[in-house]
Design a protein around this ligand. Sequence first.
Ligand code: DC
Length: 227
Amino acid sequence: MKERLIITVDGPAGVGKSSVSKALSKRSSCVYLDTGALYRAVALGVAESGISPDNREAVSKFCENIDITLRLANGEMKILAGGDDITGRLRTEKISILASTVSAIPAVRAALLPIQRKAALSGGVVAEGRDMGTVVFPDADVKFFIKADIHERAKRRYLQLKRRGVAADFEEIKSGIVVRDRQDMKRNVSPLRPAEDAYILDTTNMKMTEVVDKMIGVIREKTGAGI
Ligand code: DC
């Protein structure tokens, strides 16, 4: 059995990747790597610098001096920008759309690639994102692509925000997801798509616990890992 597993979890917005990836990382004693947070950190930096996300040249220049680091502790991932913990400021609808927009710029993806790969050097990793299985970790031990229909994904995101006490509008969330899906799938660099060797899981009618159990079964079968 391999000591250090690399497990990738890709899929569209609002499908529940974070919940299942966190659960998997705990079960497998792997580090949880939330790569969307890195794109969100760039988006926040771009917004705070007053740069238009559509100005590709200015965003690319911004990335030349980027100072984003990850701190991984107790299964949680913190994002630091210039040494400051910005983790709590990344999960807004505005930053979601902005992250999707800047993520289509090649210089942004190039700047974040080494940070993502470095996170997997110290041990096993469950890496969540859009291009984990296709680009960042093409040799991953197990690759998942999870999907669910748009209504179900909007509902999951809506309920998640409600639970956190954040005001949420269902239709707004749904249209935000539609816009992001389109941008993330249509971009030229590293578009959202399943790797050829990915295990595709439609979770529309599944509970999160069922999804995690199914994934653990696949990991055991493919790697022999005793998780
Ligand atoms: O997973 P998330 O919602 O936090 O991601 C925010 C945006 O970042 C997403 O719409 C597209 C981009 N992203 C990406 O292009 N590649 C990744 N590996 C992760 C996220």
